[in-house]
Design a protein around this ligand. Structure first.
Ligand code: CTP
Length: 399
């Protein structure tokens, strides 16, 4: 089931070249289960035909305040009464000015004024327009009214200039909409996390590492952020983009990860250790590249890395700690021994061979009462269930 299953979204499209991206946005919202009603301004219709949105949303597109298709002739009322969210993407400078001042001279501005629904807008405009004092004032007014403003992004603009004012990409907007609908069960909490592998140098070009894409850790960071937490993610090297709104501290080695975690541990409410930390590092990495002509097969000496999770869990006071264990076989007695050794009340275990390089995962929660399997699914979906379990246990522990 998609995150937006059963949600009705009124998508307002105002005039700007970014309108073409909103066609993709409609599809992506629907892919996550949303029902989308599209409302276009007259300017938007100059950029993209309503027919495009009609075909994509499989429903009528609304462009006119005086739309006679509605039996009561009140399309500006009808559209929002069954909806859960009004999303405007792109939101032009003109539309934002109208919303900020309560103008209602077309269908989109009128339905916004005539509804108490949450309003989320993705601005798109030339960088000078975005920075203009009037726009800055309007953004402040809209924020004060509780409007959720997402973006704009930065980069090359259709006008040939470069700067702030690009509409966020459709996948980023969908991400924000999905986040909007998540229950804020970690609201106001600081969550510290580790994710990804660590890389332990042998010489300047060779490392010893663990096989970890970081996908589970990043999905959990996103789910914790969506649940209202302030998330700091200490991440080993991965190819993944940092989820917007998450503070990422990038590290390479276990020692660097240890240092970054210890700097933030005492100020955090929760610590979720997902990283595949290398248990050992090479004792004497060389400054120069090893040459096989000199060394043949080198004999490496290893020393233990600090156990980050165990150390954080032993702090007094310590954040509430959760560990992960990717194993090649799941033996409850061994998992319980690991949980106790780490001094944590919750360990989340999975079979490494099942989830490595996969988009899906399946985990079991190991706590003092035993093992509790969760349903398998895409990593973000499982991450949301894990965050729900963590939040519930954390609150119980605090009570
Ligand atoms: N962990 C950590 N620091 C380490 C090793 C592990 O913080 N040096 C954390 C991991 O992020 C994970 C948990 O401890 O949350 C369990 O990791 P795992 O590698 O399964 O445990 P180990 O104690 O290293 O045991 P094993 O011998 O099974 O590798």
């Amino acid at each position: 089931m998609g995150d937006l299953e059963g949600k009705r979204i009124v998508l307002g499209v105002s005039g700007g070249i970014a309108c073409y991206k909103s066609a993709d946005l409609v599809r992506r919202l629907m892919d996550h289960g949303a029902h989308v009603d599209v409302v276009m301004t007259q300017s938007a219709c100059q950029f993209v035909s309503p027919t495009t949105f009609q075909a994509l949303s499989s429903g009528p597109v609304y462009t006119d305040l005086w739309d006679r298709r509605a039996p009561n002739n009140m399309v500006h009322i009808n559209l929002t009464r069954q909806a859960d969210l009004v999303l405007i993407a792109p939101a032009s400078a003109n539309l934002m000015a109208k919303l900020a001042h309560g103008l209602a001279d077309d269908l989109l501005s009128t339905l916004c004024l005539a509804s108490q629904l949450p309003l989320m807008i993705a601005p798109a405009m030339n960088r000078e327009m975005w920075l203009a004092p009037a726009s800055v004032r309007n953004v402040a007014l809209l924020r004060a009214d509780g409007v959720e403003i997402i973006g704009p992004g930065q980069g090359a603009q259709a006008c040939g200039e470069t700067g702030d004012g690009r509409m966020l990409e459709p996948h980023e907007i969908v991400d924000a909409v999905r986040a909007h609908f998540q229950p804020k069960i970690l609201d106001g909490l600081k969550v510290l996390m580790t994710a990804g592998p660590t890389c332990e140098p042998i010489d300047p070009v060779r490392v010893i590492t663990n096989r970890s894409s970081g996908k589970t850790g990043y999905a959990l960071a996103q789910a914790a952020r969506d649940a209202g937490a302030r998330v700091t993610l200490v991440s080993g090297p991965t190819a993944l983009p940092c989820p917007p709104g998450v503070t990422r501290l990038s590290v390479q080695t276990a020692l660097q990860m240890h240092q970054a975690v210890m700097r933030h541990a005492t100020e955090s409410d929760l610590f979720i250790a997902v990283a595949a930390v290398a248990d050992w590092r090479v004792a004497n990495p060389t400054d120069e590249k090893l040459k096989k002509i000199d060394t043949g097969a080198p004999e490496l000496k290893f020393v233990m890395n600090p156990d980050i999770l165990q150390e954080v869990a032993s702090l007094a006071p310590s954040p509430w700690c959760v560990g992960f264990a990717a194993e090649t076989s799941l033996d409850l007695a061994q998992l319980q021994a690991k949980r106790q050794r780490k001094r944590i009340s919750l360990l989340i275990a999975n079979l490494a061979q099942d989830v490595m390089d996969s988009e899906d995962t399946q985990v079991q929660l190991i706590d003092e009462s035993g093992s509790h399997p969760l349903p398998a699914g895409p990593k973000i979906q499982v991450a949301r269930v894990i965050i729900t379990e963590i939040a519930r246990r954390y609150r119980q522990h605090q009570a």
